[in-house]
Ligand binder design. Structure first.
Ligand SMILES: NC(=O)c1ccc[n+]([C@@H]2O[C@H](COP(=O)([O-])OP(=O)(O)OC[C@H]3O[C@@H](n4cnc5c(N)ncnc54)[C@H](OP(=O)(O)O)[C@@H]3O)[C@@H](O)[C@H]2O)c1
Length: 279
């Protein structure tokens, strides 16, 4: 029997925000195509969601930062004649000075956030526009709205995602194509993200952390209201709103002053740890 909702493809479904999209969309009755590298996790999630919600769920293990994996997902999506939703969610962050960072890892991040988002969106859109129905969510970040030291390329790739989503929405509207688009811009969210990046969650005050459930629920409410840019949480919405009123030159100067202070603090903490080390 054909599913009325159609199929949703979710990248990065093996943990965090992607796994919650999978759960919420299964509960709404979507069949699922679950993509990430960790096969065991995808298979377990697909099995449990299919059992719980009576939907079809396919685990599709692939590395989207490399050509072979990306092409395989692209072909699967292009051939999916029931695809009605795509969530480009897979991603990771790199912390540290750009000039000292591992260039291969940098390239993987650009491939994942930019090339994979662009290619999978292209593959999905052709069939979605032909059928006059579809939704694409690009999971960006609140980091897309500012530039900060030690986080240079992450912010830049997420700014690309916002710009791409907005431009595509305008293009599709011009054509009168009934495709919904959203750039979801979460702030700090408790997932495996910071563990993968090697950053201690304690450096951010507890009140700034959100859950993946909060993030996905705001995204889904945003889709109901046709919101193109969704920033979950009042703190982050206020932050982005206030950024509009600060001239760029002042914003950069404040960022440098703040980053220097943090750097001195971190250097101080490291030095005191060094002196208290047992010999
Ligand atoms: N957590 C936050 O504070 C935060 C804030 C703003 C935006 N975001 C964005 O939210 C999205 C989801 O991240 P998350 O917070 O849920 O982190 P997460 O728990 O680490 O999940 C990241 C997902 O991406 C997948 N992934 C990573 N590299 C991949 C690759 N090369 N090919 C295929 N899949 C890959 C991972 O699966 P495998 O390891 O199994 O491949 C995992 O399923 C990311 O785009 C991130 O930039 C997160």
């Amino acid at each position: 029997m054909t599913n009325r909702r159609g199929m949703a493809a979710v990248t990065g479904a093996s943990s965090g925000i992607g796994a919650v999209y999978a759960e919420r969309l299964a509960a709404q009755g979507y069949d699922l195509l679950l993509v990430a590298r960790r096969k065991d996790r995808l298979e377990e999630l697909a099995r449990s969601l299919a059992e719980k919600h009576g939907i079809r769920a396919e685990a599709f293990p692939a590395d989207l930062a490399h050509d072979e994996g990306l092409r395989s997902v692209e072909s699967r999506i292009a051939a999916a004649d029931t695809l009605t939703m795509l969530v480009n969610n897979a991603g990771f962050g790199i912390r540290g000075l750009f000039q000292e960072s591992d260039l291969a890892r940098q390239e993987e991040m650009h491939r994942l956030h930019i090339i994979a988002t662009m290619r999978l969106t292209h593959a999905a859109l052709r069939s979605m526009t032909a059928r006059g129905r579809g939704t694409i969510v690009n999971v960006s970040s609140v980091a897309a709205f500012s530039q900060s030291p030690w986080n240079t390329t992450y912010s830049a790739t997420k700014a690309w995602m916002n710009s791409f989503t907005e431009a595509l929405a305008v293009e599709l509207k011009t054509l009168g194509a009934p495709i919904k688009l959203q750039a979801l811009c979460p702030g700090f969210t408790v997932t495996e993200f910071h563990e993968v990046m090697g950053v201690d969650r304690k450096i951010v005050p507890a009140s700034w952390w959100m859950t993946s459930e909060d993030i996905v629920d705001e995204s889904l409410r945003g889709l109901e209201r046709n919101k193109l840019i969704v920033i979950p949480g009042w703190r982050y919405r206020t932050y982005v709103f206030l950024l509009r009123f600060i001239p760029n030159s002042l914003r950069r100067a404040l960022t440098v002053a703040f980053a220097r202070r943090v750097r001195r603090k971190l250097a101080g903490a490291a030095a005191s740890q060094e002196t208290t080390k047992p010999v």
